[in-house]
Ligand binder design. Structure first.
Ligand code: TEU
Ligand code: CA
Length: 539
């Protein structure tokens, strides 16, 4: 495969409303991001993925867009965006924007028109069906709970929404709509951005009458058309969000010969702590061999046929150190172990804001402390389904998206240095110990471990292009694998748990990185301490 700049890149995801507030109104904003470029440069990332900053009623924090070409005023202006793009260019940092085109806001002019009458020219931009005896057309469900159909009295029909009823689904079967989207994408590319992260892109081929949501028959045709009409002619990077992808499907998206996307986010590993057949709220403990199985499958099956993205976290997921690490006594060690495990693999790593300082889940207790629309809906649904308040809140505390959305912790001062005003969402009370200023002052911090991992990737091609091989697949505590590029062979060993573990590993080598200060260079490894993670260059 031809080498691409985004294969050796490391991406940093920014959730603008919670990143940095420049004007004291309590909301993070674009100038806030611009003010932190030096920090990001120091970390070493070279791509930013910026979550939606477009005009929006903010029913789903900007994933409900009412104008794709205008910036939401609380986030700033198009001028601010230009300044950010320029500053990033000056620092060799590229920007990819969130592309939300499965749905718009119900306040988008297209929808305002479409709902007016059956023969409105925009009617067919959305998906409308007649009801059946006063009921929705079928039992398709919204991902935020409840029916996916909302009644629209103006025309006595229902429209489809796979998310909130303020997020009507677009009708991708309409070629005019598709062209409008491609024009908008080109307009953004012309502003100097490097590509897109594509929100729930696997839904655009939906066939609601057959209850097909993900992976509809036209999905890849649309993506090939989009590629040809927009980013395909530029040296861009694209990543599709694909909850329902298997490696076979992953190859369809990312095999370069097919001219679709650079890579996708797949979520198989993310779902390993939910009960089979259950929802993400039906929790079960993670069994490490399952994680190895999923990661290894993707590593192996995309080898030579596509490209992986690597991530633990995003704005929809709980904090990894609280989830599969240990956010108590072993917070720093386990955050570094998780980082090593992920960044050692083949693919493009993504870091979600705050992950690089080991930010944790929130300790909040009651439902009103979890404002997200999904959490609020699910709370009601779970109670209705017969779960107790306690069970429901237990699941919400473990999994709610709110965990990822508290303000970034910059220092130990008021509001963690995020805002001079009142933050839109409470700061995690642990900000006095966990913050950027503390991390930068401590050479042993999680931050510097991420910095070193990024540096290793820049200096050693084996970290980018080496093939992956899993060792000891059945071991329940240790995750061990190699990366090989021609003569170069690296060994990555991670103790996933709190106990010291004996092992017989006959060859090790020179230590390239460890989360313990005193890990010796070794001919062989006999023991791993709690959460120990080491990268060896084998002789
Ligand atoms: O999320 C896709 C998605 O499927 C979510 O329902 C996800 O499963 C859930 O949030 C996990 O709790 C994308 C965005 O990342 C998310 O923020 C948006 O709310 C959603 O699309 C709608 O645009
Ligand atoms: Ca602000």
């Amino acid at each position: 495969m031809e080498k691409k700049w985004w294969q050796s890149s490391v991406v940093y995801q920014i959730y603008p409303r919670s990143f940095a507030d420049s004007n004291g109104d309590g909301m993070g904003d674009i100038p806030g991001i611009t003010g932190k470029i030096e920090y990001l440069k120091k970390l070493g990332v070279n791509v930013l993925w910026i979550c939606p900053i477009y005009q929006s009623p903010q029913d789903d924090n900007g994933y409900d867009i009412s104008d794709y070409r205008t910036v939401y005023p609380e986030f700033g202006t198009m001028e601010d965006m230009k300044i950010l793009i320029q500053k990033c260019q000056d620092n060799d940092i590229k920007i990819i924007m969130d592309l939300v085109v499965n749905h718009t806001s119900d306040e988008h002019p297209w929808f305002i028109e479409a709902k007016k009458s059956l023969d409105n020219p925009y009617r067919d931009y959305y998906i409308w069906r007649k009801g059946e005896d006063g009921q929705p057309p079928n039992d398709l469900m919204s991902n935020f709970g409840g029916s996916a159909w909302e009644y629209s009295p103006e025309t006595d029909e229902y429209y489809l929404h796979f998310y909130s009823k303020k997020q009507p689904d677009l009708n991708w079967e309409n070629p005019k709509l598709r062209q409008k989207i491609y024009d908008m994408m080109n307009w953004w590319l012309d502003q100097g951005i490097a590509g897109f992260r594509m929100d729930v892109i696997d839904l655009i081929g939906k066939i609601p009458d057959q209850k097909i949501k993900e992976n509809g028959p036209m999905l890849h045709k649309y993506l090939q058309e989009m590629n040809e009409a927009t980013f395909g002619h530029r040296d861009s990077m694209t990543v599709g969000e694909c909850w329902g992808a298997t490696p076979e499907i992953g190859r369809l998206y990312t095999d370069p010969a097919r001219k679709e996307l650079s890579m996708i986010f797949q979520f198989e590993q993310i779902q390993l702590d939910k009960k089979p057949g259950g929802q993400r709220w039906d929790l079960k403990p993670l069994y490490l061999p399952d994680l190895k199985c999923v990661f290894s499958k993707w590593q192996t099956e995309l080898e030579g046929h596509g490209w992986n993205s690597l991530f633990w976290n995003n704005h929809d997921l709980p904090r990894i150190v609280s989830r599969w690490g240990n956010d108590g006594d072993y917070r720093v060690l386990s955050a570094k172990m998780l980082a090593t495990l992920l960044h050692g693999m083949k693919g493009t790593p993504y870091i979600y804001q705050g992950e690089e300082i080991g930010m944790t889940n929130v300790p909040f207790q009651t439902i009103d402390e979890f404002p997200d629309i999904e959490t609020q809906n699910i709370y009601q649904e779970r109670l209705k389904a017969g779960f107790t308040e306690e069970e429901t809140m237990y699941a919400i505390r473990a999994k709610a998206r709110d965990n990822a959305r508290t303000p970034m912790q910059w220092n130990a001062e008021k509001n963690a240095g995020f805002t001079e005003g009142t933050p839109w969402y409470r700061v995690n009370p642990n900000y006095k110990e966990i913050n950027v200023e503390q991390a930068l002052a401590d050479p042993e911090s999680v931050f510097y471990h991420y910095q070193k991992l990024i540096q290793l990737r820049k200096e050693h091609e084996v970290m980018v292009y080496g093939t992956y091989q899993l060792l000891f697949p059945e071991d329940e505590d240790l995750y061990i694998y190699t990366r090989t590029l021609e003569e170069e062979k690296w060994l990555i060993v991670c103790n996933f748990h709190e106990k010291t573990r004996k092992l017989q590993c006959k060859r090790a080598g020179q230590v390239m990185l460890s989360n313990y200060a005193d890990t010796p260079a070794a001919e062989k490894i006999t023991e791993l301490r709690p959460y120990e993670a080491v990268i060896y260059q084998m002789e």
